[in-house]
Design a protein around this ligand. Structure first.
Ligand code: PLP
Length: 370
């Protein structure tokens, strides 16, 4: 099966280095918040070009801890997308704040700045742009709205390691950005992990306290709202190995995406469009088809593990029905048509051509015989 993402193949490509890193941690006797986490935080911050990085238990926790650090909670509204992973909205509710979901741009699938501006109220405290699929949202326009209304911008960069907008890396220039190291992400651990990055030294200190009950150095809790969410030494050691290979992996993703674009140009599918100021990080290669479910089954029968990542925008999940006061026609339409094709660094151009050939075969099979 040609998988949509293949963490096992990614591990196999660096198995010797990763095994050595794991052995080093096992023998060290230190398993939580020690040298490996500190080193990975330094190396990740340096790779991104940001001053501080704080390792935590997951991407979801990174988002909720960033909201806590900026004192966002009960009574505060946070504007975000409904076309996203549940985690984005779940994190807002974890801190007691109210998610306000708005529609996305129909071509780029990221938050539409005009709709953000229209959703701002006296209670709005933050915007969480989601750089979905690796496509950077328009950070220039979003920062301008945030400045105008005195809002914090906490970027959900869980899918966007390596993306940039207007020549600036996502996460390097903003209040805060949150990354996930879920195994299938562009930089994936062999378990859960997450990171918050910021250029604000004081907030970095607060985040270090908040990931452990608000503790200071003497384990006295000074800050309210602390939780337990730590990146562990094993995952940090594994991620240090993966980080060394990240630029190569990103370049491979970009070249496979180019190959898809060329191979699928005549397919009749709606292909991804990179926003004009953006550099896409190609976490997922998402196409749109009016016959999405038939195409999905056709491909799966041919050994191609295409996936529908988001069958419903968040406000149409039963557990989030309380957000559904407004309709979001673009997000709702996109979810009916999207399909993620296999895209990961262990794939070859021949794999891309195989997928494209099977999509062509499906298209031909749909032509009515007259
Ligand atoms: C994966 C993901 C998250 C959550 O990350 P976890 O590490 O799984 O908690 C948040 N937002 C988006 C857009 C994601 O894709």
């Amino acid at each position: 099966m040609l998988l949509c993402a293949d963490p096992k193949a990614d591990y196999a490509a660096q198995a010797a280095e990763i095994n050595a890193a794991i052995q080093r941690v096992l023998k060290s006797g230190h398993y939580i918040l020690r040298e490996e986490v500190a080193a990975f935080e330094r190396e990740f911050a340096q790779w991104l070009g940001v001053a501080h990085a704080v390792g935590v238990g997951s991407g979801t926790d990174a988002l909720q801890l960033a909201l806590r650090a900026w004192n966002i909670g009960y009574g505060d509204e946070v504007i975000t997308a409904a076309h996203t992973c549940t985690a984005t909205v779940a994190a807002i509710e974890m801190v007691g704040a109210t998610p306000v979901v708005v529609d996305v741009n129909p071509h780029y699938y990221t938050l539409d700045p005009d709709r953000i501006a229209a959703a701002v109220t006296a209670r709005t405290k933050a915007i969480i742009p989601v750089h979905l699929y690796g496509q950077p949202a328009d950070t220039t326009a979003i920062s301008a709205i945030a400045d105008r209304h005195n809002l914090v911008v906490i970027h959900d960069a869980a899918q966007a390691h390596g993306a940039s907008c207007a020549g600036k890396r996502i996460g390097a220039h903003e209040d805060a950005a949150c990354f996930s190291f879920y195994p299938t992400k562009n930089l994936g651990a062999l378990g859960d992990g997450g990171m918050i990055v910021t250029n604000d030294a004081n907030q970095a200190l607060r985040l270090r306290a908040l990931r452990q009950y608000g503790w200071n150095e003497e384990r006295t809790s000074e800050l309210r709202g602390g939780i337990n969410s730590r990146l562990d030494e094993l995952q940090a050691a594994i991620l240090r190995v993966k980080l060394k290979h990240l630029e190569t992996a990103l370049a491979k993703r970009a070249s496979l995406a180019d190959h898809y674009a060329a191979s699928l140009a005549e397919s009749g599918l709606v292909l991804p469009t990179v926003q004009p100021k953006g550099k896409h990080a190609w976490h997922l290669y998402v196409v749109r088809s009016k016959q999405r479910d038939q195409l999905l089954h056709y491909l799966r029968d041919q050994g191609i593990g295409a996936l529908v990542h988001y069958r419903h925008p968040i406000h149409l999940h039963p557990a989030y029905a309380h957000l559904g006061h407004s309709r979001l026609p673009i997000s709702e339409a996109i979810c009916q048509e999207i399909l993620s094709l296999p895209l990961h660094p262990a794939m070859s151009e021949a794999d891309v051509e195989y997928v494209a050939a099977k999509i062509q075969e499906f298209a031909v099979s749909q032509i009515p015989v007259s």
